[in-house]
Design a protein around this ligand. Structure first.
Ligand SMILES: CC(C)(COP(=O)(O)OP(=O)(O)OC[C@H]1O[C@@H](n2cnc3c(N)ncnc32)[C@H](O)[C@@H]1OP(=O)(O)O)[C@@H](O)C(=O)NCCC(=O)NCCS
Length: 396
């Protein structure tokens, strides 16, 4: 059968809603009148059979993620679905391959996604590099943390939101993979952002500077089921982190459980014992390199590392980046230019895991994603992307 793959137009929204709602379990809900699969920053591709039925779809989200202190243009993949009767016949591969082509054409150099199953994405070169984890902690445990007497807390106002964004950005810039919360997919006004939460608290130091914040929801009930959910808790100073955590401890009598979204190396772990925290939910996420030369140019690299490695990239899904390349690192910037001896061979999953700093060359060799090279090339590649573990707090 010949299928047509094309971007969705406004008349295709109902078909996209029907396919997506069936796949993701909200089929009983009517499509909201204002719903648009191509809301700002989203580009939906559909696969249509000769009768005009939509049989598969996928969304490319324009976003940026921080790697090495710079924002890398990324395609966030979402809403991937194939009609139930036609799964396992290549339609997912078809739509995702075309999505990668289109994402590259619009300037994305990397793709990320939250996978419900890694299998179809691994087959196409994405690799899991991290997971978004909400942790469950007994609120009483937080009650043992003492607030800093010189740090004050107050509800955020709309005027505080630029400072709040800057605090998040400061942490994101120093991390690996964290979302840049601007651009078309992040169009909420300060008022909308505040309205999204039951509580939005800022921590202010004794000089009057906002040095931390927390965004949180108070679940229903005040018995054993009472719960707080904290999406962001970011302290730039130890006092801010401590004081915000202590505030949640004050809820122990009516919300015995606190659920916190925290990265693996968050400073809050210096105050919460790991033994007191259990995984509430864990959502793995994956990376794929879409434009290797562009991805190398876009991210930051260690400023004190200088060197070259010849790579041989294996990639039949993104053939434009297949072949031999010379990686040159100098003064915090990187270049990938065609040519070289192809000394180190990387599969797409190996390239993704290395780029994200999720695996060392030694690990990748043992996995079968890297071959060739020697201890010197291993050392250069390992140091090049070593850094904080890949972390992403924004589900999409
Ligand atoms: C996930 C989904 C979109 C895959 O679509 P599909 O049309 O079945 O995928 P394809 O037939 O093109 O398969 C693509 C590749 O993934 C592999 N694959 C897909 N599903 C697989 C499975 N369940 N187990 C093992 N491999 C699988 C295929 O072997 C294929 O690899 P290959 O081309 O190298 O052989 C489809 O199963 C679906 O709609 N699932 C429900 C919704 C969902 O989970 N969406 C994903 C959200 S992250």
């Amino acid at each position: 059968m010949t299928y047509e793959v094309r971007p969705l137009g406004p008349d295709d929204n109902k078909l996209a809603w029907d396919l997506g709602s069936l796949a993701f379990g909200y089929h009983e809900q009517p499509m909201p009148e204002t719903w648009n699969s191509n809301s700002p920053g989203r580009h939906t591709l559909g696969v249509f059979d000769p009768a005009g039925r939509m049989v598969a779809k996928a969304v490319d989200r324009e976003q940026g993620q921080w790697f090495g202190g710079r924002i890398v243009p990324t395609s966030g993949v979402a809403g991937v679905a194939t009609a139930p009767e036609l799964r396992g016949r290549g339609l997912g591969r078809l739509v995702l391959t075309r999505l990668l082509e289109g994402a590259r054409e619009r300037g994305a150099v990397l793709s990320t996604l939250f996978d419900t199953t890694p299998l179809p994405y691994r087959a196409l070169g994405w690799e899991e590099v991290g997971e978004l984890v909400y942790w469950t902690v007994s609120t009483r445990v937080l009650g043992a943390i003492r607030p800093d007497p010189k740090t004050t807390l107050r509800p955020a106002t709309e005027d505080d939101i630029p400072a709040v964004y800057e605090i998040y950005r400061q942490v994101a810039r120093a991390g690996t993979g964290l979302m840049e919360r601007s651009g078309p997919a992040f169009g909420a006004t300060p008022a909308q952002l505040l309205a999204d939460y039951h509580g939005f608290t800022v921590a202010v130091d004794d000089a009057g500077v906002i040095v931390g914040y927390a965004s949180w929801d108070r679940g229903p009930g005040y018995d054993a089921s009472g719960r707080l959910t904290v999406d962001d808790l970011i302290g730039l100073t130890p006092e801010a982190t401590r004081t915000l955590l202590a505030m949640f401890g004050g809820w122990a009598s009516v919300a015995p459980t606190t659920v916190l979204r925290l990265g693996a190396t968050d400073p809050a772990w210096s105050l919460i014992a790991r033994v007191d925290a259990k995984v509430h939910t864990a959502q793995p996420w994956m990376v794929r390199v879409v434009d290797a030369a562009g991805a190398v140019a876009a991210r930051g690299w260690p400023r004190h590392l200088t060197g070259e490695v010849d790579l041989d990239l294996v990639d039949d899904v993104c053939p434009w980046q297949q072949g031999r390349w010379r990686l040159t690192l100098s003064g915090g910037t990187g270049r990938l230019e065609p040519g070289g001896a192809g000394t180190v061979r990387l599969t797409p999953r190996g390239l993704a895991a290395w780029y994200a700093g999720a695996a060392t060359p030694e690990q990748l060799r043992r996995t079968g994603f890297l071959s060739g090279g020697d201890p010197d090339t291993d050392e250069l590649l390992r140091t090049a992307t070593a850094g904080p573990p890949p972390t992403l707090h924004d589900y999409f």
